[in-house]
Write a protein that binds this ligand. Structure first.
Ligand SMILES: *Cc1c(COP(=O)(O)O)cnc(C)c1O
Length: 223
């Protein structure tokens, strides 16, 4: 057997620990193409990035059977760059953004899948909808008129803390909300919760999709 690299070992380890029904998004932001190719070679086909320019550069350089997920905050004026190829946009938090995604999806003659980002952390983050705003958005006639965007679930980020009980409470909150919505919206299939530090807990608490970066690729160095 060929020796596996550290990235390949980590990926195997995580894959083996996850139930088969869970989608693993390999979060490759800031990492070079060579690292992504190591993951690709072991069969990984779902990658997550948080900057549209970087994701587009990687999409151009990498094999075309990869699903690219935008997991970061999206600026409306940049949607057009990823609209031809993006597979899932995780952090949608406004009707204005959905409108632009719908417009660019129409231009590209496709339907783009999205998740609504729900604010679950106690940290004072600017991003994410509360429950009432999310329901209001899903019920609005404006949203219902968008034919080329499909909201298929929710995404959340727990508080950055060692307090497992708090993280579990935040995951339970979004999972309960997600389950309520699946009763009304049959197209809801995806609950994106869990990162390197908390994905085993997220899986226990009903995650269907985890976004794991540093546990696969190593710590990120920001310039
Ligand atoms: C960077 C990032 C991740 C992955 O973080 P790790 O802790 O390295 O696993 C997951 N989700 C979002 C939204 C991110 O920005």
């Amino acid at each position: 057997m060929q020796l596996m690299s550290s990235i390949q070992n980590k990926l195997h380890e995580i894959k083996n620990s996850l139930p088969e029904s869970i989608t693993l998004v390999a979060v490759s932001k800031t990492k070079p193409i060579a690292d992504l190719m190591e993951a690709y070679t072991t069969g990984q086909r779902v990658f997550g990035e948080n900057k549209i320019q970087e994701m587009t550069d990687k999409w151009e350089a990498m094999p075309k059977d990869i699903q690219w997920h935008m997991i970061g905050h999206v600026q409306t004026n940049k949607v057009k760059y990823m609209a031809p190829y993006v597979s899932l946009i995780h952090a949608v938090d406004s009707i204005k953004l959905l409108k632009e995604i719908n417009k660019q999806a129409i231009k590209n003659n496709r339907t783009i899948n999205c998740l609504l980002q729900i604010k679950i952390a106690e940290e004072d983050s600017k991003f994410g909808l509360d429950k009432d705003r999310a329901i209001e958005l899903l019920n609005s006639d404006t949203f219902k008129a968008f034919k080329n965007v499909k909201v298929i679930g929710l995404m959340g980020m727990a508080t950055n803390t060692d307090n497992q009980k708090q993280i579990a409470t935040e995951f339970d909150f979004i999972h309960t909300f997600y389950q309520d919505l699946t009763k009304v919206y049959p197209e809801f299939t995806t609950l994106s919760i869990g990162m390197s530090g908390d994905y085993p807990l997220a899986v226990e608490r009903g995650s269907t999709m985890v976004r794991v970066g540093s546990k696969i690729f190593g710590e990120r160095i920001y310039k």
